[in-house]
Write a protein of this length. Structure first.
Length: 336
């Protein structure tokens, strides 16, 4: 079996240098690192995970905590894209990923207990729930954490400019002449849903438009089904809106289907705009105008912050808000 001493002999570097490369020490030149890794691959060397853990006092494992309280599901394209980006950076730094739950070996436990049993070095939290006491226990445990799509105090967080993105959407619809603009909300039980509704309301005030209670509808679920049912309620209004801003693309896709099922057209009768820019939004007919989140950057920044927190024990809390952009396509038209 190939050892680090075999690799050291073949490359001409010391065993210490070879060991530093496999343990991701920063004080190794890139040229040296590449040569050692390529030689290790050629020789079929596989680092021993237990030996590496003993050397570095780390498990080289990051937990993914996905709190399923919104019905969005991890299959949602937005979350899949963010996790893929997070994985890419984490794996390049030498870490494996595993999901964290409240079930260990068939018995109920807390998130903290699961993390300690598995020995994870840190946790990325997706779709956090402030109503879950076990989640709060995790934040207070001292285990390095970074939270996506939320901005709690005392914990690293990465999120998109939800308020600014909502205002971009409403300003755009206003520029097309729309004055009756409704909102299909993702609910106020999530950070993103609350922020996007605030952005909608703030934009209406800025543009001196009436905030009509019946024009805000939706549910706590970011699904096409929720968007469909919300749009049906808006279409049943005596004074139905000429444009609808949905807090997520799946909500927007459901809204478009409801419009079509009512014998109306998008954007002919109702303009629809979403938020996320999931891949399918550009391929449907009409192609969806939406606010784009940079999922690759969200995952990348979250991974970099968490790895830095694990390896450098940096106690300075980082809260990063990433910009969004409006993707103008075919689902909105000027009011004539």
């Amino acid at each position: 079996m190939t050892t680090i001493y075999d690799i050291a002999k073949k490359t001409g570097y010391s065993p210490t240098t070879v060991s530093k490369v496999f343990n991701n020490y920063p004080d190794v030149r890139e040229k040296t690192r590449v040569k050692i890794l390529e030689t290790a691959k050629e020789m079929g060397y596989l680092p021993n995970a237990n030996a590496r853990s003993l050397t570095t006092k780390r498990s080289w494992t990051i937990g993914i905590l996905f709190v399923e309280a919104t019905g969005a599901g991890i299959r949602h394209p937005y979350f899949g894209a963010v996790i893929e980006s997070f994985k890419k950076i984490s794996v390049s730094k030498g870490y494996d990923l595993m999901f964290i739950s409240k079930d260990v070996g068939g018995r109920r436990s807390s998130y903290v207990e699961h993390c300690k049993i598995r020995g994870v070095d840190g946790v990325v939290v997706i779709l956090s729930s402030n109503d879950d006491p076990d989640f709060q226990e995790l934040l207070d445990s001292g285990i390095p954490c970074v939270i996506l799509d939320s901005s709690p105090e005392h914990v690293h967080s990465v999120y998109s400019d939800n308020i600014g993105g909502s205002m971009l959407a409403i300003r755009y619809l206003h520029s097309l002449g729309h004055r009756s603009i409704a909102h299909i909300s993702g609910g106020l039980n999530t950070f993103a849903g609350e922020q996007r509704q605030h952005g909608y309301e703030q934009a209406l005030r800025e543009l001196d438009l009436n905030l009509r209670e019946e024009y805000i509808t939706g549910s706590d679920f970011y699904s096409t089904e929720s968007g469909y049912e919300a749009m049906k309620r808006l279409l049943a209004l005596e004074d139905r809106p000429t444009a609808v801003y949905a807090a997520g693309d799946l909500l927007a896709l459901g809204a478009i289907r409801a419009v079509l099922d009512h014998g109306l057209s998008v954007p002919g009768d109702v303009s629809v705009i979403g938020f996320d820019d999931i891949e399918m939004s550009r391929y449907i007919t009409p192609a969806l105008t939406t606010v784009r989140q940079d999922t690759e950057q969200l995952g990348k920044v979250a991974a970099e912050i968490l790895v830095s927190s694990i390896e450098e024990r940096d106690t300075a809390v980082k809260s990063v808000m990433l910009p969004v952009e409006l993707m103008i396509r075919e689902s909105c038209r000027p009011v004539t």
